[in-house]
Ligand binder design. Structure first.
Ligand code: C5P
Length: 258
């Protein structure tokens, strides 16, 4: 893949380490946009990355693409100057998750996910292992999947409301070394008011104003997600399936530029 993927050209003079999760407090809206590569081949991923060009810095590789193409795709993205958010949502015994986080850090990813429900020991093992290889790696605790409603939560043994469970799991993740969480825009404002501002909040389920919702039920616009307190938004199909992915990404950047 690296042969066909042009290197990222950064339009600013700031030195950029592609493994660093970036400074999302600064004014470059690109620090906040993550493009989800939900495809099943390296060729399809490469096509999207080339089409987006300089309009995005960070790409999410999830379980579909990682299962299909494996770590080489991640290495190639990192080698081309892109940042990678490895979204494999690790959830296993602490030793196993620590070993996986260690390997992810060695691949050069900038961000990775662990399920906060894996417990404090697992979260601490993951964050320690990632940090030992790459201190700036942003380990994110996944709170409550947006696909789970109150009824489903009760069936898996969570007795609180969705917002309560999000807050509890977010606090657990942050207490155990995670520097950020993944949660929907709906819970973000409460998380900010209860837990502060000193951590990343990554929000999926984002749809540009006026766009198709596809299969997303609980959506927010990019501006709503950022206003609620998200530091990063994850956008997939509105960019990857657009006739002009770079233009679609630029339109989203416009919506979140302050
Ligand atoms: O819907 P879209 O194509 O923008 O999805 C982008 C990413 O957001 C997906 O990779 C998925 O992991 C995540 N997502 C999510 N919760 C949802 C919908 C999507 O976490 N409800």
């Amino acid at each position: 893949m690296s042969a066909a993927l042009p290197n990222q050209v950064h339009s600013d003079s700031r030195a950029t380490d592609s493994r660093d999760a970036g400074d999302f407090q600064n004014n470059d809206a690109r620090e906040r946009l993550i493009v989800a590569l939900d495809v099943s081949t390296a060729a399809a991923a490469q096509k999207i990355v080339a089409a987006v060009g300089d309009s995005a810095l960070t790409y999410k590789v999830g379980m579909q693409l990682y299962t299909a193409e494996g770590p080489q795709l991640v290495r190639d993205l990192v080698a081309s100057g892109r940042r990678v958010f490895l979204d494999l949502k690790y959830h296993d015994i602490p030793t196993t998750v620590a070993a996986a986080a260690h390997e992810a850090a060695r691949l050069g990813v900038s961000m990775l996910t662990v399920h906060a429900a894996g417990g404090g020991k697992m979260l601490r093992a993951a964050t320690d292992a990632a940090r030992a290889v790459h201190p700036a790696l942003l380990v994110l605790g996944v709170t409550v999947l947006t696909s789970l409603d109150q009824n489903e939560l009760e069936k898996i043994g969570f007795s609180g409301t969705v917002p309560d469970e999000v807050l509890r799991l977010a606090a657990l993740a942050l207490d155990n070394g995670c520097k950020g969480i993944v949660t929907s825009a709906r819970e973000t404002a409460a998380v900010r008011s209860k837990l502060g501002r000193n951590f990343a909040v990554v929000t999926p389920g984002v749809r540009p104003a006026g766009a198709s919702h596809a299969d997303q039920a609980r959506v927010a616009t990019p501006a709503e997600a950022i206003a609620a307190g998200a530091t990063h938004i994850v956008v997939g199909r509105p960019i990857t399936e657009a006739a002009d992915p770079a233009a679609a990404a630029r339109a989203i950047l416009e919506q979140i530029s302050s």
